[in-house]
Design a protein around this ligand. Structure first.
Ligand SMILES: [Zn+2]
Length: 480
């Protein structure tokens, strides 16, 4: 899917023109007065604009990374051999691109892997449904479990139910998530997946299925992490596809008891290995605060993790490479391909433990697909208003508006931000993100190369504005 470059819609342009004309003819004094109270103009450094526009028009680095990683490695489930192959791939690629100080920083974590999974209605209308285990799901064992369905339309409804309504049954939680540009539904409607299994277990359920936390109507289940907390014993926990969840609701509405046979065979063990891959564009001033950008290298295991999050590591790496191509920044740019984000942000925590006390100019990450950036926000609004104004001006030609009410987000850099790093957030268009998120459909073809380049241009702009100035490298001496 290719969308046109962001530009001012004709109707909006006409409206502002008419308004300006009205102000000038009807109330010239008023127009002049308001102009004189405006803050001084912010003009983007032509060098920054040129680096940005070159990334927008010509970037191929991001596509090369996302295409290479998803093709040559594929899925990269945390703490598995696949993720280790991905780290080796990353080191080779980052070195080949000319980055300095390329290294792996390893850490240990539990490893969870998926086994056989199936769900079927035994009665009243026998039929198969499509299901996927959630991360850290308990195992049914190969024989599976059979139980009556206890239906709830929300996590709160489950929480309010007496234990007797749940004990010995398979809980099913429904919800009504809708697509949204800012992806805000994921927070609230993700509760069935995140909290449902623990509540169901504490009330004595033998298993749980939730409607996938997704906005599509394809028969792809959406996996994702959940934890058993508060001493809850792990029970089998899965996600039904959206069409299968709707089918189950229709069957339940017929009023007869519904019995499901559920098989989710999965394994968890301690002592798994993961790691962060780190690379730098060294700054001219080694003591200047670091510009930290990241994405995560691991993925769920059904698709190839193209939009979650090969595109993210590709975008920030390409942005750093554009600065490297332009010359030497004053501040060091550090790129991190975080390990094991999906099962609980292990890489971000390990990174902050090792590097959280270093000085940062900014910390940000790209982890919301590859559709265009439409809005940004940053703590610099308060701590460095001049830099914030520069960012606002330099990002505007990419169709990006500032959001003065924004806040830092992102699992990977959050522990470093908590340790004191100032944050920057570039919000990507999430309208179709949850159609593919954590499904077998998270594959390369979902990435629109033009929107990917706009993302690269946006992060390149952030780095260029905050670089402290980029000096062209020494010219190669001419051969005589
Ligand atoms: Zn992600």
């Amino acid at each position: 899917m290719v969308t046109p470059r962001p530009r001012v819609p004709y109707a909006t342009a006409m409206k502002s023109y008419l308004l300006a004309a009205l102000l000038v003819t009807a109330a010239p004094a008023l127009a002049q007065q308001s102009l004189s109270t405006l803050p001084p103009p912010v003009v983007t450094d032509p060098k920054v604009a040129a680096i940005r526009d070159n990334a927008l028009d010509n970037d191929h680095y991001a596509w090369d990374v996302v295409e290479g990683l998803t093709t040559e490695v594929g899925q990269r489930l945390a703490a598995t051999d696949a993720e280790a192959r991905a780290r080796d791939w990353a080191v080779r690629r980052l070195k080949a691109m000319g980055f300095a100080n390329v290294r792996i920083e390893p850490f240990e974590m539990p490893v969870w892997t998926r086994g056989a999974e199936s769900a079927e209605i035994v009665s009243p209308f026998p039929q198969k449904l499509v299901v996927a285990a959630l991360g850290y799901s308990g195992s049914t064992g190969p024989a599976g479990i059979t139980g009556r369905i206890a239906y709830f339309d929300s996590v709160d409804a489950l929480r309010a139910a007496p234990d007797s309504a749940v004990r010995g049954k398979i809980v099913f939680i429904d919800h009504h998530m809708m697509p949204a540009q800012d992806g805000s539904g994921y927070g609230q409607f993700g509760a069935p997946r995140r909290q449902g299994p623990t509540i169901a277990s504490l009330k004595g359920a033998i298993g749980i299925v939730v409607r996938s936390i997704g906005t599509d109507h394809h028969r792809n289940p959406h996996t994702g992490v959940q934890y058993f907390t508060d001493g809850a014993k792990p029970i089998p926990a899965g996600a039904l596809t959206v069409p299968d969840a709707e089918q189950l609701v229709r069957i339940l509405k017929r009023g007869q008891p519904v019995v499901m046979h559920l098989t989710l065979v999965s394994q968890k063990s301690e002592g798994g290995h993961s790691g962060n891959v780190i690379a730098e564009v060294p700054g001219r001033d080694p003591n200047a605060p670091i510009l930290l950008l990241g994405g995560h290298l691991d993925s769920w295991d059904q698709g190839t993790g193209a939009i979650d999050d090969a595109s993210g590591v590709a975008i920030v790496t390409a942005a750093a490479k554009h600065i490297m191509d332009a010359g030497r920044p004053q501040r060091t740019i550090r790129i991190v391909w975080f390990g094991a984000e999906e099962p609980g942000g292990f890489g971000g925590i390990a990174y902050a433990k090792a590097h959280g006390t270093e000085r940062y100019g900014i910390a940000g990450e790209s982890d919301f697909g590859a559709d265009r950036v439409w809005r940004f926000s940053s703590q610099l609004m308060k701590t460095d208003p001049a830099a914030y104004a520069q960012l606002t001006a330099a990002l505007a030609p990419l169709g990006i508006t500032r959001n003065d009410k924004g806040e830092g987000d992102g699992t990977d850099v959050d522990p470093t931000i908590q340790a004191g790093a100032p944050w920057v957030s570039l919000n990507q268009d999430g309208t179709r993100y949850f159609d593919y998120h954590h499904t077998p459909d998270d594959t390369l073809d979902k990435i629109d190369p033009e929107q990917l380049r706009q993302n690269v241009a946006a992060w390149t702009t952030v780095l260029a504005v905050l670089s402290g100035g980029i000096e062209s490298g020494p010219k190669q001496p001419k051969r005589r």
